[in-house]
Design a protein around this ligand. Structure first.
Ligand SMILES: Cc1cc2nc3c(=O)[nH]c(=O)nc-3n(C[C@H](O)[C@H](O)[C@H](O)COP(=O)(O)OP(=O)(O)OC[C@H]3O[C@@H](n4cnc5c(N)ncnc54)[C@H](O)[C@@H]3O)c2cc1C
Length: 231
């Protein structure tokens, strides 16, 4: 086997509905009995080439770093599900602000989007943070950035076998893939090795790709009131 990270896969090879490897951008191929497709929103066209629908839409998510203007000591990670915001400390002493109101999403092209917050988002930040943390009179905006969420219809990922034998997909993490990555890794490994989950609390059926076509979306048994998209 050859190939390395930083190498673009242009095609999943699957003659006869069974995966045999991948083709790289330079035309070379890597043979494999199992392939894990974990390319975020870019997973969509690789599956579409085989007639498999992965319903992911891409949305821009903005982040603001706030200089609190004073020493706050130890700042906790804080998710406020009333005013729909989250904050956490950054290593430079700033406070990271994110908006967890996902009722209105901003569609984006993952290959071409603005990586800065808008003036409107800065106004929202000042409003939300100022209301929840009224003591920050000397706070100022330090910097901003933005990235993309790969969002599925139920804000949960597809971690699943596919109609192609040996091809596993793990994509569509909808803005919360980082925090669940240990469990994701475990389920992906289980699917590759055994074809099913080894953990009773993480049934593979919950994350099956086919649930979207079936209209059987994955819903939390304990949803947050007012923040239905949060998991
Ligand atoms: C602003 C922002 C804040 C977030 N905050 C949080 C948070 O607080 N907590 C949390 O849990 N999650 C958070 N997330 C979400 C989290 O970052 C994602 O869910 C997670 O990074 C998704 O990981 P992934 O590996 O599925 O996809 P990605 O990280 O998108 O990785 C996909 C990889 O595939 C590669 N790739 C694409 N196409 C190809 C190809 N054809 N061939 C080879 N490689 C390819 C890409 O280069 C990329 O490296 C946040 C996301 C954003 C944008």
């Amino acid at each position: 086997m050859s190939g390395s990270t930083g190498t673009t896969v242009t095609e999943i090879l699957a003659p006869g509905e069974k995966v045999t490897g991948v083709r790289l951008a330079d035309g070379s191929t890597i043979e494999a009995g199992a392939v894990v497709l974990a390319a975020g929103p870019w997973s969509v066209p690789l599956l579409a080439a085989h007639g498999i629908d992965l319903p992911i839409t891409v949305h821009r998510e903005q982040i603001v770093l706030i200089d609190p203007g004073q020493d706050l000591g130890r700042v906790p990670v804080f998710s406020d599900l009333v005013s729909l915001q989250y904050v956490r400390p950054e290593s430079g002493g700033e406070i990271l602000f994110g908006n967890s109101d996902l009722a209105e999403l901003e569609p984006a092209d993952p290959d071409n989007y603005s990586n800065q917050a808008t003036e409107a988002f800065l106004d929202l930040t000042v409003d939300k943070v100022g209301t929840r943390f009224p003591g920050l009179d000397d706070a100022s905006i330090a910097s901003t950035y933005a990235g993309c969420y790969d969002v599925t219809p139920d804000f949960n990922p597809a971690i699943s076998a596919t109609p192609i034998a040996g091809l596993i997909v793990a994509a569509g993490f909808s803005g919360h893939g980082f925090k669940i990555s240990p469990s994701v890794g475990r389920l992906v490994a289980d699917l590759v090795v055994d074809g099913g989950s080894s953990h009773p609390d993480v049934p593979e059926s919950d994350f099956r790709l086919s649930r979207f076509a079936e209209g059987a979306l994955l819903r939390s048994p304990h949803p947050y009131v007012g923040a239905g998209e949060m998991r």
